[in-house]
Design a protein around this ligand. Sequence first.
Ligand SMILES: C[C@](O)(CO)[C@H](O)COP(=O)(O)OP(=O)(O)OC[C@H]1O[C@@H](n2ccc(N)nc2=O)[C@H](O)[C@@H]1O
Ligand SMILES: Nc1ncnc2c1ncn2[C@@H]1O[C@H](COP(=O)(O)OP(=O)(O)OP(=O)(O)O)[C@@H](O)[C@H]1O
Length: 301
Amino acid sequence: MRARFLHDCPAPAKLNLFLHVNGRRADGYHLLQTVFQMVDHGDLLHFDLRADGRIRRTTEVPGVPEESDLIVRALVLLQAACEERHGHPPPGIDVAIDKRLPMGGGLGGGSSDAATALMVANALWQAGLTREELMALALPLGADIPFFIFGQTAFAEGVGEALQAVEAPDCWYLVIEPGVAVPTAAIFCSEQLTRDTAPVRITDFSRHTMKHTVFKGFGKNDLQAVAVSLFPPVAQAIDWLSAHGDARMTGSGACVFCAFSSETEADTVLQQVPGVWKAWKAKALMHHPLNTVLQVSAVIE
Ligand SMILES: C[C@](O)(CO)[C@H](O)COP(=O)(O)OP(=O)(O)OC[C@H]1O[C@@H](n2ccc(N)nc2=O)[C@H](O)[C@@H]1O
Ligand SMILES: Nc1ncnc2c1ncn2[C@@H]1O[C@H](COP(=O)(O)OP(=O)(O)OP(=O)(O)O)[C@@H](O)[C@H]1O
């Protein structure tokens, strides 16, 4: 029997362990190299099928109208693809969100929500799209969405769509939210941005990280200098966290992270974070936690 709901579906945050800008395409998008690392902290989504074919977000998200929510836009695309494939439209769906990830945080919250929605609806609707088909469907909505659907730690190139699985240290991360929202486009538009970092190879990353139990010392985040100059709270968080290790920014900011080899070490530093900032610890995830949820629910069906 077809399942009619799936609750408590994780949409984890990602960290960009390093992020190099290697060039710019003719359409203005930037060519990047990065390693995407999922962590066990994120949003939680709840899905219920509807009889009437409508796609609704049932939770208010401040600053994001329902029709522009990446979840809703992604599901509208999948609904059309499903109808084209099967000759009839799938049912509608209600999506509720427990939003934990800050917007404009560089943690990929909106992208992760959209990826989780696509993977869950693909299962609930029995739409039958492959992982690769879902990734291609999602790319026009956001450069980070294909990674979450790919579902494992990845070395990414292009605008983030050329993905290869890679191993990264099995460590803990402390993340500070500096309390500002950084608009990604503003960072990429900046004249200060350097766009000529020499390409690295995936084997350079692997060789480097094999020597360490925590992530540190490989590459840099080319977007950080611009974000730091435009958003002083980002600079303050990096300065503070740098006393405890190789602190850097994720994505286009604003969040800042540092790796630790144990939960205890991460806790020790977490307790010292100044009260003006929200901060949390999280463990590196090698695989998307939704994979387990979908496998278990398939068994229950
Ligand atoms: C910086 C990263 O977070 C790294 O993971 C992502 O590449 C950004 O991904 P995202 O937030 O999904 O961003 P998108 O919604 O795709 O793009 C927002 C804007 O950032 C700029 N942009 C984004 C990605 C990219 N490779 N080059 C760009 O120039 C474009 O002006 C684009 O209009
Ligand atoms: N479900 C959603 N959750 C959060 N933001 C959304 C959502 N849908 C659309 N958005 C829009 O996307 C913008 C970016 O949000 P997101 O949380 O992905 O930022 P981010 O962490 O900086 O992402 P990235 O690392 O990909 O740059 C928000 O400012 C918001 O306008």
